[in-house]
Design a protein around this ligand. Structure first.
Ligand SMILES: [Zn+2]
Length: 303
């Protein structure tokens, strides 16, 4: 998939079985030629071992600020998770950004124009701003356990509608992640109390693909497969919403993209779902469970 690994990439692969083969792969590395590549670490230098020594070697004010959320813990703050530490972190963060771009928060206060709407897992290891290297104001977010999208969730669907109708985002990213506890729980038979209701959504996806999932003997691999299938299900559910249908009918440029994040490498991979019309959705709906898993197995064999 070469350099097609950026979330905001607009090229759309053909929707066919070979596309599905392509789909279950993890990007090897972030694209080196991305326009913002040079800037993505410039705030990382803000806090180093000596405290507040900034190294503005690649500072470029013409570029939007990259990742003010990413500069690591200041050595000055306590190691505990107490409120003191959190407040100190926050003050240091705000100060660092204002030093870099004095009018940043003033601009922020005037409104938001994010191009990306992210639907992800609540898992603390999958922080979308951080891993996308996007600043406050650049990604609109909905997160829940195991990035489940269901047609009865007024919360998620309201965020989607606002993102598409009002903010006019161009990319709706549904991101699953390997090592997802919610998916693992749905794969097992244990009861976890109230959350069982929520996990029932994933269990239903599991049930639809049960025979193919059971072919996979390795538990971890089986879990990875369900992570991918669960993400696919959320992508398709988003695509079926009245919000998306209406947006496409009025010619709005908005694409749904399925991705998976690997917490072992920090890399995002595409799952091969680039849906920007009802026709795209129909093409994906035609791919049945057997074809999906055959494509996945074939991809694994050539990897
Ligand atoms: Zn998760």
């Amino acid at each position: 998939m070469a350099s097609n690994s950026n979330t905001v990439e607009k090229t759309t692969p053909e929707v066919d079985i070979s596309g599905q083969v392509e789909s279950f792969s993890i990007a090897t590395a972030p694209s080196e030629d991305h326009a913002h590549h040079h800037h993505k670490h410039h705030l990382l230098h803000k806090y180093n071992e000596s405290g507040e020594t900034a190294e503005d070697d690649d500072h470029d004010d013409a570029c939007c600020p990259r990742s003010p959320v990413t500069f690591g813990p200041s050595p000055a703050v306590e190691k505990s998770h107490g409120l003191t530490r959190l407040l100190k972190n926050n003050r240091a963060w705000s100060k660092a950004i204002r030093e870099r771009q004095p009018d940043f928060f003033e601009k922020c206060s005037k409104g938001q124009q994010p191009k990306v709407f992210w639907i992800g897992c609540s898992d603390s290891r999958v922080p979308e701003n951080e891993l996308l290297q996007l600043a406050p104001g650049e990604v609109f977010t909905h997160r829940n356990i195991a990035n489940v999208v269901v047609g009865t969730d007024l919360n998620c669907l309201s965020v989607l509608q606002y993102a598409v109708d009002v903010l006019k985002v161009e990319h709706v990213v549904v991101c699953g992640h390997y090592g997802c506890g919610g998916v693992a729980a749905a794969l097992g038979d244990s009861s976890f109390g109230l959350i069982d209701h929520w996990l029932g959504n994933i269990k239903q996806v599991k049930q639809e693909h049960l025979s193919n999932l059971n072919e996979i003997k390795d538990t971890e691999e089986k879990c990875r497969a369900l992570v991918e299938i669960n993400c696919r299900n959320s992508v398709l559910t988003v695509a079926k919403t009245p919000t998306m249908r209406a947006a496409w009918e009025r010619g709005q440029n908005v694409e749904i993209i399925g991705m998976v994040y690997d917490i072992q490498t920090g890399l995002l991979g595409e799952l091969g779902y680039h849906i920007k019309s009802m026709d795209d959705l129909q093409s994906h709906l035609k791919v049945d469970s057997n074809a999906l898993f055959a494509a996945r197995a074939s991809k694994a064999a050539t990897a």
